[in-house]
Write a protein that binds this ligand. Structure first.
Ligand SMILES: [Zn+2]
Length: 175
């Protein structure tokens, strides 16, 4: 799927702008070049005695399906700092960046308002044995519910994104 970003060259308005290698817009007329590069995104499995923490997404893509806390890394941010920020924003939780442990990375495709973002998802986990639902303040715009699911009760098909399904499946095998 091609991102519907530029029908005309943003510099000279030519219709001849091309999209190559699923990443670069190039205008043969004026030389305008734009790399729609892969974006970094994070996600984190929180392991508590109550189960693994999942969010129910409150917006598209994947509205109503399960997701992990996390999101796009902002400009100027490291991956763990981005993840720490997402935990604060989405759940009101304050973890330390050094407590997140990286265990996997998979590509993902994130369509949002007619633009397709290719992401490189970085998967972390963190142990928080005493964490329960009453420690959380979910952000309603993004999260419609928070669930702690025991691994034997988890249905991987309820997860919104392929990359997250793969990472959770791997986590249950190796960690
Ligand atoms: Zn141009």
């Amino acid at each position: 799927m091609e991102p519907l970003m530029f029908r005309y060259c943003p510099a000279c308005a030519s219709e001849k702008i091309s999209f190559e290698q699923n990443k670069v817009f190039r205008c043969p007329g004026c030389g305008f070049t734009y790399y729609h590069n892969t974006a970094a995104a994070t996600a984190c499995i929180v392991r508590s005695n109550a189960g693994l923490l999942f969010l129910v997404r409150n917006k598209e893509p994947g509205k109503g399906k399960l997701d992990l806390p996390g999101g796009f890394v902002d400009p100027g941010e490291g991956a763990m700092d981005g993840l720490r920020r997402e935990f604060t924003e989405e759940l009101g939780l304050n973890f330390k960046p050094e407590d997140f442990k990286l265990f996997a990375s998979f590509p993902n495709i994130y369509p949002y308002k007619n633009i397709t973002y290719n992401t490189c998802d970085l998967f972390f986990y963190i142990d928080a044995p005493d964490l329960t639902e009453k420690d959380l303040q979910p952000e309603e715009a993004e999260v419609s519910a928070v669930l702690f699911i025991k691994k034997e009760q988890l249905d991987i098909e309820r997860i919104a994104f392929e990359s997250v399904k793969k990472a959770v499946g791997l986590f249950l095998k190796i960690v």
